[in-house]
Write a protein that binds this ligand. Sequence first.
Ligand SMILES: C=CCOC(=O)Nc1nc2cc3[nH]c(NC)nc3cc2c(=O)[nH]1
Ligand SMILES: [Zn+2]
Length: 371
Amino acid sequence: MTLRYERLAQDGVARRGRLHTAHGAVNTPAFMPVGTAATVKGMWPEQVKATGAEIILGNTYHLMLRPGAERVASLGGLHKFMNWPGPILTDSGGFQVMSLSELRKIDEDGVTFRSHVDGSKHHLTPERSIEIQHLLDANVTMAFDECTPFPAEAPVAAESMHRSMRWAERCKAAFKDRPGYGLFGIVQGSVYPELRRESSEWLTRIGYDGYAIGGLAVGEGQEMMFRMIEATIPFLPEDRPRYLMGVGRPLDIVGAVQRGIDMFDCVMPTRSGRTGQAFTRRGTINIRNARHAHDPRPIDADCSCPVCRDYARGYLHHLFKAEEMLGPMLLTAHNLQHYQTLMAGLRGAIEAGRLDAFAAEVAEAESRGDI
Ligand SMILES: C=CCOC(=O)Nc1nc2cc3[nH]c(NC)nc3cc2c(=O)[nH]1
Ligand SMILES: [Zn+2]
């Protein structure tokens, strides 16, 4: 185990911990802003850090196509390249190849596809994915997997999961262990508890620095997602972090933390921020709505971020109507801060043994509306 994870407090199955990497520590539960093409869109790295984020996510698929993994390595690796000195987790590319590229073909060896950037042909295998993530100098490398499409019949989900497990073994064999760096396996199994158990036990036998739960947040709905988390967690090692990929809205994150999840990533705060959606404790607003045009109040009176300190909703409304680039920048900064404030609240609530009360407060505030 080359990525030390310490558990500092527990509240039910929820954990408050700390993951130690070569580029610094990550307090968990943690939310990772998505920095797809070596940038958290519209944010200077210093600003990302100021929101409280300690670790960001980079996308292998995008970076291998442009500027190329070897190019990033020749410019010092992703930390130097994008001036983010803190921990970085990179995905393995599997999910994005299947969702973004054209003309893709999956076989036992890997995935063949054409770039959505310039149509060039590429072949991504478990070994190449691990090599790319090494070239990027990722602190957390993700196993190359197939996110089983949803819905899928049980036999199809089983076949897909078994292939991902065979790929996971190849990733483990290809991964170069270094102190402060680690490899996470990814549990698959769609919405079938027995497949989730089989996948969890298979990965645990191989042994990873952390375990991600994949194949969720793909349209199955919150209730089924929570059921699959409950069907998976009991079969994962307690002394390693768990990472739920692609999640989610604030109440998804709260419910997943209550069920034992430690790490999250989601494009929601950044992507929706660029379209004018702002998160508040009482739910979301779309700043483009005419009702905000003359409103002197901040987005969220309870928010401590620079945007809520200095800017009125009416100004943000104007920026979006005028299609000024500062609009998406300010809303991104606020939304990321909103998510980090939620994570800090979750960590504090677990430490205080009051997670369920905190969860109820978040849900009640959101249901109150009138924002
Ligand atoms: C991103 C971290 C590393 O993940 C991988 O390299 N592979 C992978 N990514 C996913 C991403 C997802 N996003 C959502 N919903 C928005 N569901 C997802 C499921 C997967 C998955 O099963 N595998
Ligand atoms: Zn704010």
